[in-house]
Design a protein around this ligand. Structure first.
Ligand SMILES: *Cc1c(COP(=O)(O)O)cnc(C)c1O
Length: 400
């Protein structure tokens, strides 16, 4: 798609960034106070890495999640990088992570010099398999002087990094139970799960520290941005310190650690505040889109829709189906191409990361389900601004 130049393309406010009758997968929805708040930044010169909107955005997210501290950062990947650092994950440690996820958390594990151990997905809700996780910890690890070691690699295991994929929560209580038993930190990747609930508790506030993303395709966006959330005051302070170049003196440029330039700007914060005001609306809309798809596909042989666990309130951030080629008649990639020919944008799920080149040397524990999900999956257009006639068109191309 070409860049959209607002001076020569007219579109109604609230419609997704479409050209012609192209239906995009998942694009931002900007229809609230974004213009007003961003304009205020420009008018007052508060455009950069400090300003009241950053603070307000952090407060809004903290309040929404019921968490004590929130630290805004440039994107979700940097949030994960810093969360791993403040949680004490070091070079040559190991971190358990699902293999079926966007690659960001796995790269962040490597940024700190640690190594991923890949867990399979469970077949029902496609999240990390907590039974296999418990099995792995029980059978494949050993205690030595109060620390947990992987018998295969002889490295210390420090953390579990569950990811709530596609807007559905992972079974966090099962993870917290083994984390407690084996003394592991839980770093929750909630980049895709903002607005979701697990047994009534807010996703993002389920582990020891949580990470959010406000990338353009996420449920709310600041263009690019992220946030670290935690109840741990020392970790929050450390996160703020590390993301602002680890400056130790308010006047003098004195630094006692290697820091990062990871701060969110006030312009992004302004957009974030406006987006937060609309988050609950967006979640309701996503759920409505999902239920219309569910209804349309219910009786189609070979199509499996996204299930919602009894304990879950999903945002259905990225509406995804599984396609059984034999029963349905077309495979997921053929369907993807057919829809693309109709100017309907779709995407498969991520290649399981233990199969990706930079991470292929890392351990994968009995992975069986994730590759099948990968091969049969296709995510359908589900922007908050998706119009009903557009969704009908998508459905009509699948159901026939
Ligand atoms: C989007 C995403 C991130 C972070 O993405 P950024 O683009 O760096 O903001 C992290 N984890 C998951 C699972 C994601 O989907």
């Amino acid at each position: 798609m070409n860049a959209i130049n607002p001076t020569n393309i007219q579109f109604e406010p609230g419609t997704p960034a479409t050209e012609g009758n192209f239906i995009p997968l998942c694009v931002p929805e900007i229809r609230g106070n974004e213009w007003q708040y961003v304009k205020e930044c420009l008018d007052t010169n508060w455009v950069s890495s400090v300003g009241s909107y950053v603070d307000r955005f952090e407060e809004m997210v903290a309040e929404y999640l019921g968490v004590k501290y929130a630290v805004g950062v440039v994107n979700g990947t940097s949030a994960l990088h810093i969360a791993l650092l403040v949680a004490g994950v070091e070079a040559d440690d190991e971190v358990i992570v699902p293999t079926l996820t966007f690659i960001s958390p796995v790269n962040a594990i490597r940024y700190v010099g640690a190594w991923p151990i890949f867990m399979d997905s469970e077949p029902d809700y496609w999240q990390m398999d907590c039974n296999k996780l418990a099995d792995f910890l029980e059978k494949e690890c050993r205690w030595h002087q109060g620390k947990l070691y992987n018998k295969t690699s002889d490295r210390q295991i420090k953390a579990i990094l569950p990811v709530n994929i596609l807007g559905h929560p992972v079974d966090l209580d099962a993870i917290l139970e083994v984390a407690c038993k084996y003394n592991l930190v839980v770093i929750e990747d909630a980049a895709e799960g903002l607005g979701a609930k697990y047994k009534g508790r807010m996703v993002g506030n389920l582990g020891d520290i949580g990470c959010l993303s406000f990338n353009g395709n996420k449920i709310i966006t600041t263009g690019g941005g992220g946030m670290i959330v935690t109840d741990n005051e020392a970790w929050a302070k450390k996160a703020k310190y590390l993301t602002t170049q680890a400056k130790d003196n308010p006047i003098e440029y004195i630094h006692n650690e290697i820091g990062y330039n990871y701060r969110l700007t006030n312009i992004q914060g302004a957009m974030g505040c406006a987006q937060m005001e609309q988050l609950n609306d967006y979640v309701a809309t996503k759920r409505r889109i999902a239920s219309l798809y569910d209804e349309a596909f219910r009786d189609i042989p070979g199509i499996t829709t996204m299930a919602e666990a009894p304990w879950a309130f999903s945002t259905f951030w990225m509406y995804t189906i599984l396609v059984d080629e034999k029963q349905y008649g077309r495979g997921s990639r053929t369907l993807l191409k057919d829809l693309s020919d109709r100017k309907i944008q779709t995407r498969p799920l991520w290649q399981p990361i233990h199969l990706s080149k930079p991470h292929a040397a890392s351990q994968a524990y009995h992975v069986e389900v994730a590759p099948r999900l990968y091969q049969t999956s296709i995510s359908l257009p589900c922007s908050v601004g998706l119009r009903e006639n557009q969704q009908d068109l998508v459905i009509s191309q699948i159901v026939h």
